[in-house]
Design a protein around this ligand. Sequence first.
Ligand code: BGC
Length: 376
Amino acid sequence: MKTGRLILLTATALVMIGLDSCGTNKAKEMVTTEDFGSFEGKEVFLYTLTNKQGDIIKLTNYGATIVEISVPDRDGNKANVTFGYDSFDGYLNGDLYFGKVVGQYANRIAKGKFTLDDVEYTLALNNGPNTLHGGPTGWHSRVWTAEVLKNTDYPAVKFTYNKPDMEEGYPGNVVAEVVYTWTDDNEIIMDYKVTTDRRTVLNITNHAYFNLHGAGVGDILDHEVLIRASAFTPVDSTLIPTGELRPVEGTPFDFRTPHLVGERIGEEYDQLVLGGGYDHNFVLDNVEQVDAEVYDPSTGRVLQVITDQPGVQLYTGNFLNGTQTGRGGKVYQYRSGLCLETQHYPDSPNQASFPSVILTPEEPFLTSTTYKFGVR
Ligand code: BGC
């Protein structure tokens, strides 16, 4: 019995070593790099990550961006389910943050002002009276340095951006890193690390848009959404939180059980009217492994979102209007994509009751979000 078990264990170990070294070698080969363009004298690349299932994601170091996610439906037919552009020019001209990493402060800061340690900082206004997504030349519009990681179990690329002190009005020489890992279970794991040499404020997210039919194919009103959040942060007419944490119970914001996006989006509920649909931060319960899920009954595709961030912005593409032509010539129409931007709450620097977004030199900000694709 003991001997039998030992043989079994040894055999298992050998298989594991074999798989591991095979996986490691493969991980290196499974990232290919091609030229994508250049910007401000820096080279921009397109990275293709292929996992053992043969499914791919594409990334670029311009904005540390997810360009493409090609995954099967329940019959095995693959489609790209995220918004992106075919060429680098698309990224230079597009302003809707497709797949980008957004910083230094994702989402809105009221009137472009905040006070930290008795000093008032003023930011550029790029969204009516407010600052949105780190300002006009935020991290989404920068060329990040890139490193294809070696000796990893899965294909992985690390992007780094060194943000100079006071760029876009934010204090601190800040170093932002994001590692994208594409696992054999079709998970995009995004591990972020951000450090500063001076106290500052930070909110970082990925701004991917999803359409599980395939990007550019119909709208997302027939997608079923689950969000494990018992409250959300209502907004004013400029989409700045009022400070209230409103229970979702009895409102069209209750996604604790799955609902179609289109089921209640047209209701005359104050927040849906103000937001032009869903464009709100949900206060995550953070109690279960999966924080949010999107399911497309027609293709069977499922997206699960797993995060340690305290909030997620559900944005239902209310400002999309068919002016953007994406990969494969697909046009992105009104409400043809949705975002689940894991984040701290909007305007936290001005909202004392919200969780702190102060980054200090003493403690790096570490956070991880996973987008996992499957079928049902
Ligand atoms: C915001 C929307 C905004 C969009 C821009 C979202 O995060 O909540 O209001 O229009 O980003 O792409």
